[in-house]
Design a protein around this ligand. Sequence first.
Ligand code: ACO
Length: 379
Amino acid sequence: MAGTTSTPRGLDGVVAAQTKLSHVDGQNGVLIIAGYELKELAGKVTFEEAAHLLWKGHLPSKEEAAALTHEIAELREIPATTLAVLRAAKNAPPIDALRMACATLSLDLKDPNDISPAADFQSAKMLVARFPTIVAAHTRLATGQEPIAPRKDLSLAANFLYMVNGTEPDPIGARALDTYWVVVMDHGMNASTFASRVIASTRSDMVSALTGGIGALKGPLHGGAPGPVLDMLLDIKTAENAEPWVRNELTAGRRIMGFGHRVYKVRDPRAEVLAKVADEMTHARLEDHSLFELARTVEGTVLRVLDEVKPGRNLKTNVEFYTALVLQSLGLKPTTFVALFACGRAAGWCAHVIEQHAEDHLIRPQSEYIGPKGLVVGK
Ligand code: ACO
């Protein structure tokens, strides 16, 4: 169904805001983050340094990076109320628990309604610091274990893995998660970023904006489903089985998870980066490389068969395909994948809230009324 005469349905292709934060070039497969191509940043800067780039507009000096990393580390501990909510939500999906816990984080702000640049920067550090603590605490509560207090001497990613497992992660694992968070931190005017900006545009606060952002990310059309990618690989089992499996799915009218994208018509540059991370993780840390090798074969087969069965649709590998392999190789459960995505995307949401508060213009589109008119009560 078409939209109004002036706007396409779902605002497809509509420019909803000007931003200096990120640009998605779907034709050329390029993602620009505040001036840098993703492949230039990923693996070269830490998540905290990349957050500085988004929040302050430039990569930090050594001193700035150390200061921001330290300030974020100091803010990791979650308040008792937040922990109480997580205990109550221990059986809820992790992304729901994160949304509920996030909403409590305005309780210990001096003035939750302060949306000045200084207050926003403080909230951004606090939110990015606490999301991983929340997800780790919930992961443990969900399996009947007590949460582990955060440490200040580890990077955000290393500390997350420590809080989940109770042991310090190896540097390759910590770096992989750190890179994953850099890879997903911002991506143009995606649905959750738009939702966060709409909330911020009413001069509402950052905690409210991120709580709404999490709600938008949760949906299967956005937060994606790297879980089903794993299911697919486990179901295919062997390289020989890949082609008949894929053809069978397509004949049944089902989609192949981890392929296709609304904006990218070539390989998603995030998939490119995460494929390398998955490769490194597998070969440096795991004795069994079979899942990675199978994924490589399945990727090639799916691309070939999609090209044949869906010619001209340009269905290429998206970010979810290798996300599944990276997070799975860290020993993390598929149910937590969307919440882990939110931990990275939080840096982008905060940056968009800062930008929207500076813009200070209410986002308030119109709707096209298609209901009846002139009805009379009682008739
Ligand atoms: N497998 C098989 N066919 C596909 C796939 C797929 N993964 N993706 C699209 N198609 C086909 C459609 O069936 C349609 O075919 P038709 O022209 O014969 O009807 C054609 O390609 C166009 O499909 P649309 O739905 O119009 O494409 P859209 O751009 O809206 O879809 C989407 C993008 C939702 C990501 C889609 O490619 C998809 O469902 N992929 C699988 C799920 C997935 O990997 N999701 C994660 C995306 S990344 C992220 O959100 C972070």
